[in-house]
Design a protein around this ligand. Structure first.
Ligand SMILES: Nc1ncnc2c1ncn2[C@@H]1O[C@H](COP(=O)(O)OP(=O)(O)OP(=O)(O)O)[C@@H](O)[C@H]1O
Ligand SMILES: CC(=O)C(=O)O
Length: 583
């Protein structure tokens, strides 16, 4: 026999009868409000018992339906065998290695490129903690990207991972072309380079660079500064000859294929031309069709200027994708996106602090405060946020990061961003797995420090739900998270078909991990981007008692939890909070 405590919302369980062993019953209102008093009259705590004989520890541990099951409905893509549970293989390893209380909360995104596009390399990243694989449509062909997507799928199916796929669009930025087959070129101080809109054959004349934008030579002026890749290399425009622009290198560095170009005049970014380009170019639309056809989990949109483009894209996806559930991530990387930040984030399913291009559009010293603001706005509006670019830039070439890079990663973790992203470090660096290991160990260390110091933020989280039912969900999740911290419970459990209740719990950034149970593969993969969520796929019913028993039994059988662990459970079917010890 085991004791458990339950919190019930009587409004949603009107026929509740109290068993004879009820110990306490008192009113619990998450937030005093006349509306709640009227419509949410009483939540009570009772003690009850459940017999361990209900548990079936002999249930099968893992179904290997491998996506081969029939499509049943939007809710249930593939049937999950009754009495089975699916957890991401890397999560399971981490849960067992660290104990689930100390498992990593910050999610990790890796850009896939030539260094990591093979099956074994992808598997090494998955073993190392990659939650999301990003493909950047700026580089490579669609066939190349399709192959990567297929390999990630194979990895998930054959090895039990749940790596999600994010497709990043190129956007209408001005950028260099390929370097005539070379993977990079070094520009030295004082050298003269030609930037040209002329089409060359595969071989480029020495020190010549293609530019993708026809109006380039007309728009730049002699004396302008030309910044490559947000200032990693800098040139001064010295002469214009027809379609060719001659430039002197003033800050030497490595030129990488298709690096972006911005030009500055009198200390300010020249942005009129970029402002006129459409956010989603005709190539991007073809790439988006490709992403929809391939069933990617996230589409990240570059150089978003307003919420309208996100809304338009979301309805485009809804009309075309099989189940309309590709999440749209807004990349915040321009002055306009900062200006319209709240409405862009509100319209999106998440955001990326794209510091590479952002740092080319605003003065570098403003990037840290912009990052902090974006992370905060996303948290308030309950959208996952990724901090991206140059986190461990030196690890493209070296096996250990600089101390400053470690401090930068720590700061993003301390800000409690949902996810950190590797770019060149994993796409074309020499040490992708080591870079991922640094993100993992720094995240774990800073998160632990935060918990040990008991630094619960005083961040005021505004009401975001528009319907009464959404507001109830918010109150339940914030109360559950607060109780979890106060009672120092071992884990929060959430049963959620859409993932919404799980993200509301994640938004509160509780001390304990959140085990999120959902019925669909696609929701489980998407939850992989959100802070603190450990997503499982499980078939469950509206009967919470039986859901809990089944879950406890399955998790115990896999040694993921043990008898006596204290958990709080919430569900989006019953809108209840339950506190109990694992029987
Ligand atoms: N699919 C790919 N094929 C070849 N090289 C790639 C690929 N993806 C990334 N890279 C290399 O890794 C570098 C960093 O990748 P990343 O995706 O951050 O690109 P980026 O050019 O900085 O563009 P963005 O501003 O969109 O992030 C690129 O500059 C490129 O050299
Ligand atoms: C990731 C990206 O696009 C940037 O940092 O600019």
């Amino acid at each position: 026999m085991s004791q458990s405590l339950h919190l019930f919302n009587h409004a949603s369980t009107p026929n509740l009868t109290f068993p004879s062993n009820t110990k306490q019953c008192y009113s619990y209102l998450p937030k005093p409000s006349t509306t709640y008093n009227r419509r949410f009259p009483l939540i009570s705590i009772r003690a009850s018992s459940s017999s361990s004989s209900d548990l079936d520890s002999s249930s099968p541990l893992l179904v290997s339906d491998n996506g081969k099951g029939a499509v049943i409905s939007r809710e249930e893509e593939y049937p999950v065998a009754a009495g089975s549970i699916e957890v991401d293989a890397v999560t399971e390893t981490e849960l067992k290695e660290n104990g689930f209380r100390s498992t990593r909360r910050t999610k990790l995104v890796c850009t896939i490129g030539p260094s990591t596009c093979g099956f074994d390399q992808l598997e090494s990243l998955a073993v190392g903690g990659m939650n999301v694989a990003r493909i950047n449509m700026c580089h490579g062909t669609r066939d190349w990207h399709r192959q990567v997507i297929q390999l990630v799928r194979r990895l998930n199916e054959e090895k039990g991972y749940a790596v999600a796929i994010m497709m990043d669009t190129e956007g209408s930025e001005i950028h260099m072309g390929d370097l005539g087959g070379s993977s990079s070129a070094k520009a030295e101080d004082g050298e003269i380079w030609t930037f040209s809109v002329r089409a060359f054959d595969s071989t480029l004349p020495e020190r010549t660079i293609n530019v993708n934008y026809d109006g380039f030579a007309e728009d730049v002026k002699v004396g302008d500064d030309l910044l490559v890749d947000g200032g990693m290399v800098r040139f001064e425009v010295i002469e214009k000859i027809g379609p060719d622009v001659k430039c002197r290198c003033t800050d030497p560095g490595l030129l990488l294929p298709r690096a972006n170009l911005t030009f500055w005049r009198d200390g300010s970014l020249v942005r009129e031309r970029n402002a006129m380009l459409p956010t989603i170019s005709s190539k991007d639309w073809l790439d988006i069709d490709f992403g929809i056809a391939e069933g990617v989990d996230f589409i990240a949109i570059s150089f978003v200027k307003s919420a309208e483009v996100i809304k338009h894209l979301k309805s485009y996806i809804a009309a075309r994708s099989r189940d309309g559930d590709i999440a749209v991530i807004a990349k915040i990387e321009s002055i306009d996106s900062l200006k319209n930040l709240e409405e862009i984030v509100q319209a999106s399913d998440g955001a990326m602090v794209a510091r590479g291009d952002l740092g080319a559009q605003i003065p570098l010293e403003q990037v840290p405060s912009a990052q902090q603001r974006i992370v905060q706005v996303c948290r308030q509006l309950n959208k996952p946020v990724i901090v991206a670019s140059q986190l461990l830039e030196s690890m493209i070439e070296y096996p250990t990061p600089t101390r400053a890079e470690v401090a930068d990663v720590s700061e993003a973790v301390r800000q409690r961003a949902d996810a950190l992203m590797l770019s060149g470090e994993s796409a074309m660096g020499q040490f992708p797995e080591k870079a991922l290991a640094v993100l993992r160990s720094v995240s774990l260390r800073i998160e632990r420090w935060w918990r040990e110091e008991k630094r619960h933020e005083a961040m005021e989280l505004p009401d975001i739900g528009s319907s009464f039912s959404d507001k109830i969900s918010e109150e339940i999740c914030s109360s559950a998270a607060k109780m979890a911290n106060n009672l120092e419970v071992d884990a929060l459990f959430v049963y959620t078909k859409t993932g919404h209740m799980a993200s509301l719990l994640s938004r509160c950034r509780p001390d304990c991990p959140i085990f999120a149970f959902t019925t669909t593969t696609s929701v489980r993969r998407r939850l992989n981007l959100q802070w603190g969520l450990i997503p499982f796929r499980l078939s469950f019913s509206d009967d919470m008692e039986s859901n809990l028993n089944k879950t406890f039994s399955l998790l115990k059988a896999r040694n993921l939890i043990k008898s006596g662990d204290l958990v709080i459970a919430v569900s989006d079917m019953l809108q209840s909070i339950q506190v109990m010890n694992v029987p």
